[in-house]
Design a protein around this ligand. Structure first.
Ligand code: SF4
Length: 467
């Protein structure tokens, strides 16, 4: 069992007690809610005559269903409008802060909480969305939860959870030019497998993560769940504190000084014991792209789609399924694969630094004929910042559409959907069958810079050729 790790310390500090099931009742410091997984939870609360116990520890935004073009109310999609109204009503009735469209702070739940300083080291955080692991970038322990657990947190501010093992994933060295945080996490998942992290929290350590900025760290932690880990985190350090200082909800004055002392104390000890340790060399990580139907089916940009006999026996069946669904043949290069749609956005890669990297590639070039390319900022603040820097102009001059903030084609619960067999180059986090709105649509995951490169070439290419 892990000992002396940040996970261990934060878990113990938030333990309320042990339940008859043997699970821990864990206090949740911050609960983030959105329109998709909360309406039923509030309904369950009402049925039982319960109230939200700590409304001040619950923050709401709207992200999954928002249109990214016409946001006029009522929404054209009546189901989306109903969800929106339910969230507005539930927040109002329960005194919950809601960052609605036009508030200046709306956006994807995992983008807005860090940018406002709500996400802080040593916290426990829960949200009814799988990619809540994002918040671990700050040294928080953050869990994606289901609707009945959203109900539990609303009613009791606690969750019943079984303690996880901790795997330290160490990556050392400087990434090569054209290799980004997204490539690092795709490489890790590809190596350890999509189920490799089941039962674990992932602690990311080593000089590569130390050199990353907070947004890059968020990209890595965001996809921990795609590697099977329930959460992922990075110990807080100077980079974390510099990012947090001065943000809306960050401690101020003497509280700040006290907070830093506490944050330093919850870091994993130098002699911490881990349940497992895996070490990577940053120099071995290439720009990485998925070819299949799980985020673990990835390859280096200049590699060939693996043949079944090159894969472990357990991976062969899903590979066969992927060749046929994706219409990509084993033994062929992924470079040169024609793309129809290019999507830059999501809670993985919809932050300002992602847009800056993609804009560097798009600048002075033009989207290839027949390709639909669009950029969806992760939040209203990201959009505002990008426009202040003129990134929107770079994108639109290059033929990209510049949209309003939201989840958009990450999950396609709004009007942004693939059509038929379209193939998308996407900076999001899941390439499951039908994920982007068409039951037969296909997705290749990659970094935002690689998506921009695919957009201007009309096919998957090595972004380094354009840098
Ligand atoms: S961007 Fe995608 S993964 Fe992130 S919160 Fe929205 S739907 Fe979920």
């Amino acid at each position: 069992m892990s000992k002396g790790t940040l996970f261990d310390k934060v878990w113990d500090l938030h333990t309320v007690g042990t339940l008859p099931s043997g699970q821990t009742q864990l206090l949740i410091g911050l609960h983030l809610i959105h329109e998709v997984t909360s309406p039923q939870a509030f309904a369950m609360l009402r049925e039982r005559g319960l109230k939200v116990l700590f409304p001040e520890r619950t923050i709401a935004t709207v992200d999954h269903i928002v249109p990214t073009t016409n946001q006029a109310r009522p929404f054209v999609d009546t189901l989306a409008e109903e969800m929106m109204q339910a969230l507005e009503r539930n927040c109002q009735e329960n005194g919950i802060t809601f960052y609605n469209i036009g508030s200046g702070s709306q956006g994807i739940v995992h983008v807005i909480a860090p940018e406002q300083g709500l996400t802080q080291p040593g916290m426990t955080i829960a949200c009814g969305d799988s990619h809540t692991s994002t918040h671990g970038a700050f040294g928080a322990i953050a869990f994606g939860i289901g609707t009945s657990q959203v109900r539990d947190v609303l009613a009791s501010q606690t969750l019943a959870l079984s303690k996880l093992k901790v795997r330290k994933i160490e990556v050392n060295g400087t990434l090569k030019p054209g290799v980004y945080a997204k490539d690092v996490i795709l490489h890790i998942i590809r190596t350890l497998g999509v189920k490799g992290g089941v039962g674990y929290a992932y602690e990311y350590a080593g000089t590569t993560f130390e050199q990353m900025n907070m947004e890059e760290r968020m990209t890595v932690c965001n996809m921990s769940i795609e590697g099977g880990a329930r959460c992922g985190y990075i110990n807080p350090d100077r980079v974390t504190y510099e990012y947090l200082k001065g943000r809306d909800f960050a401690p101020k004055g003497e509280d700040w000084e006290r907070a830093v002392v506490w944050w330093e104390s919850i870091k994993s000890d130098a002699d911490a014991e881990y349940d497992d340790v895996v070490v990577f060399d940053a120099a071995d990580i290439p720009p990485t792209v998925t070819w299949g139907i799980t985020p673990g089916q990835g390859i280096g940009i200049n590699q060939f789609i693996p043949a079944p006999e090159q894969l472990p026996p357990d991976d062969r069946q899903i590979a066969e399924e992927a060749y046929s669904y994706m219409d990509l043949a084993p033994g062929k290069p992924i470079c040169g694969t024609k793309v129809d749609v290019c999507f830059i956005g999501s809670c993985t890669n919809g932050r300002i630094s992602d847009l800056r990297e993609a804009a560097k590639v798009a600048k002075g070039r033009h989207v290839a004929q027949g390709v639909k390319a669009f950029v969806v900022p992760g939040s209203e603040r990201v959009k505002q910042q990008a426009e202040a820097e003129g990134l929107d102009k770079i994108f639109t001059a290059a033929g990209f559409e510049w949209r309003e903030p939201g989840c958009s084609m990450c999950l396609a619960m709004n009007p942004d959907k693939l059509e038929g067999r379209q193939l998308s180059a996407s900076s999001s986090n899941r390439n499951f069958k039908g994920r982007q709105g068409s039951a037969s649509g296909r997705t290749l995951l990659m970094s935002p810079a690689m998506v921009a490169a695919a957009a201007v070439k009309g096919e998957v290419i090595d972004v380094r050729e354009l840098l």
